[in-house]
Design a protein around this ligand. Structure first.
Ligand code: SF4
Length: 393
């Protein structure tokens, strides 16, 4: 009946590229650059960043940007949110919110814990309003609805995320279309392009530059590690030395990884869970502690729905149960981070410029308008609250 067919949005993408009235921008997620290589006979985990950029330009995208830019932005907002909660008695633990499958799981299974979710949007959903309301306006002189914004993701749940009505403004949806790595690979093959031999190209500027902290978003524990690199500086006003920025305790592919990190005299307990089974364990434990009047065990909880994180995402090339391929993709991301000249999100000069020209303060009014969101109790699908009710709360 076709009920189990994979959703394919490549026709919509070709149609968008065929029209000439609106420039088409595209962003690629961190895990895409190490996932797509296998589709073209390259080694698992081979770093294909410049080749993907070149292929996207050859397909006809007008501007090729990096979701990593928005991953740095996510860290600026999320680390700030964590430090505010830590120092001003806010709700802890803070739970990461960049995985839409996890957010949906929390909304449907643990609505009583929604206040712990970070209000930060995912990098995909931070990138699109910045492209639409900052780049389009300042650089192209276009209105928000005079551009098309697309994304290439390792993820099927990102298609669901872009359809969430609150991730848009004045009736304009922020992200027009989200494609998986497999869909992009299909388009590249349909165009007769060989990714393995194409000459590399650079991302467009200014939404194409990122630090190493952004690259590791694609692997389990990476968001936590990136956030700690910046939260440490936010609290202590000092930089972590280069030999102390890799938080090895939260690396690796175990389901649950814990660590305690001293941040300015406070022992911060962190945990990273990869898979919803592991998420359920942590949420049940948190619920039980709260019911018993006990202090929660952790200050920061990172959850990614896919075991291993986005390197094993549902939109990546099928690995057929060969988990060594997933590990190789993760190793590729750690290698990109290790070789970047800047490895902390708050060192991204283009992000600083974005705050100065457009967003204002971290956590301020504009940042909330374009970079934050809210959640819904979806435990009863027949009692969905309206956006107005949620905002009033
Ligand atoms: Fe998507 Fe999986 Fe990454 Fe979550 S962990 S954002 S579901 S690819």
């Amino acid at each position: 009946t076709g009920a189990l067919m994979e959703k394919d949005n490549t026709k919509e993408a070709w149609d968008a590229l065929a029209q000439k009235e609106k420039p088409v921008m595209v962003q690629i997620a961190p895990a895409v650059r190490v996932g797509i290589s296998e589709e073209f006979g390259l080694e698992p985990g081979a770093i294909s960043t410049g080749k993907v950029v070149a292929a996207l330009k050859a397909l006809g995208f007008d501007y090729v940007f990096d979701t990593n830019f928005a991953a740095d932005l996510t860290i600026m907002e999320e680390a700030n949110e964590f430090v505010q909660r830590l120092t001003k008695g806010g709700d802890l633990p803070i739970m990461t919110s960049c995985c839409p499958a996890w957010v949906n799981f929390c909304e449907t299974q643990y609505p009583d814990l929604l206040k712990y979710l970070s209000t930060c949007r995912s990098p995909q959903s931070m990138f699109s309003p910045v492209a639409r309301y900052y780049f389009a306006d300042k650089v192209l002189g276009k209105k928000a609805d005079e551009v098309i914004v697309m994304s290439i993701m390792p993820c099927i749940a990102k298609k669901y995320e872009v359809a969430r009505e609150e991730l848009g403004k004045d009736g304009i949806i922020d992200t027009d279309l989200s494609l998986t790595v497999r869909e992009l690979a299909r388009m590249i093959k349909e165009a007769g392009i060989d990714l393995s031999t194409i000459e590399e190209a650079e991302f467009d500027s200014p939404l194409g530059y990122s630090t190493g902290a952004a690259d590791i978003f694609g692997v389990t524990g990476g968001v936590l590690e990136a956030a700690l690199r910046t939260a440490y500086t936010d609290v202590t006003k000092e930089e972590l030395p280069d030999d102390a920025i890799e938080f090895k305790a939260v690396r690796g592919f175990e389901g649950i990884k814990e660590a305690t990190v001293n941040v300015g005299g406070t022992d911060v307990n962190v945990v990273a869970a990869s898979s919803l089974g592991c998420a359920r364990k942590l949420m049940d434990e948190l619920r039980a502690d709260l019911a018993a009047g006990k202090a929660p065990k952790y200050h920061i909880i990172e959850i990614m729905a896919c075991p291993g994180g986005c390197v094993a995402g549902g939109g990546q090339p099928f690995h057929g149960g060969d988990y060594e391929k997933v590990k190789a993709r993760g190793a590729g991301l750690y290698a990109i981070d290790a070789n970047k000249p800047k490895r902390k999100s708050h060192q991204n000069e283009d992000i600083k410029k974005l705050y100065a020209e457009f967003l204002g303060e971290r956590g301020g009014h504009n940042a909330h308008t374009y970079l934050h969101t809210h959640y819904f109790d979806r435990s009863n699908p027949y009692a969905k609250k309206t956006e107005a009710e949620c905002t009033a709360e």
